[in-house]
Design a protein around this ligand. Sequence first.
Ligand code: PLP
Length: 400
Amino acid sequence: MNPELDALKPYPFERLKALMAGVTPPADLTHIPLSIGEPQHAPPTSVLESLNHHVGAVARYPSTLGLPELRATIADWATRRFNLAPQSLDPQRQVLPVNGTREAIFAFVQAALDRSRPARVAVPNPFYQIYEGATLLAGGQPLYLDCRADKGFLPDLEAVPAAAWREVQLVFVCSPGNPTGAVTPLEDFKRLIALADEHDFIVASDECYSELYLDESAPPPGLLEACAALGRHDYRRCIVFHSLSKRSNLPGLRSGFVAGDEALIAPFARYRTYHGCAMSLQVQQASTVAWGDEAHVQANREIYRQTFAAVVECLAPVLDFPSPQASFYLWPAVPDGDDETFARELYSQQHVTVLPGRYMSRESSQGNPGNGRVRMALVADPDTTLEAARRIRRFIEEHY
Ligand SMILES: Cc1ncc(COP(=O)(O)O)c(C=O)c1O
């Protein structure tokens, strides 16, 4: 087998399982997992109905490019959502359906990296581990950009020396961020685009949490929006990744899209033709319904808003965390700085699982930016999540 597979690091959940081995939580408390970022709210009925209605379409092969009506619906959605110039995002040439952003992120890196020269991929640190694994399997090396509290949990672009940028072929942005929830401001996207032009790299923006935000009047900006604001209507060097998993509570549908520069999308479509990852027609039909409706997304945000309000009120007196704006995560510092012990003891005493921050990040010259923090995914219904928060508070008050 490919020896590069050995370079893949254990996935955070494997490490969590090992951490909890041998621990027996109290049997009288139900388990509340805050460790996994899997949405638990109900998916929209209209999408499920469409899925059922089109089940017969599995009798046909889908095409890699996808149905024109799906691509047109996506282009309309992205144009509205990110204030793009009308008709500037061509559904035929600048949009591709993908089977969720995880699949697309992995595949895009394989298609994008040029192995004949140094292939650095800049990733936020802490980060979603697929960026790193995809890079290693494509023969590249990650360049970790620390996201620390003093910089608002955003990468410090100015701290990267020009010599390092010159080896970078691809930069991942994750906004809103997993696990920090930090939202990349439009100005940072613009700066990154300027750096991409200067040093000839691609900007890949993972925006799978973009529709989960707390302030209805302030949706997080996106990379294509920054392009539009710069008058860069061809979206040169830029590609975005979007998903129905969080927006519409459809993580099992495996449906998302990529959009952006035609010079990136066309070769990526060619790669995908060989890879064989066309989206099934039934899923394409259901996805068209999902991207065409905002009411269910607003209702979804409203539930997260209730959850966050209750959990923040409960935990703010005992934990320090960045004020949540978007995504469904809290990223608190643990009271004594030992994230692994906190997670293990919390599970052992309160039957609540959280993810140690260090499992999502790597050592850098200034230490590991995930050390001393834990990730809490507030994905269950508001009552269950508040119950978890109450147990966490009790645990902290008793032990720290
Ligand atoms: C930052 C980030 N990107 C991408 C994904 C993949 O999501 P999906 O493949 O369901 O679109 C996740 C899933 O948790 C994530 O946290």
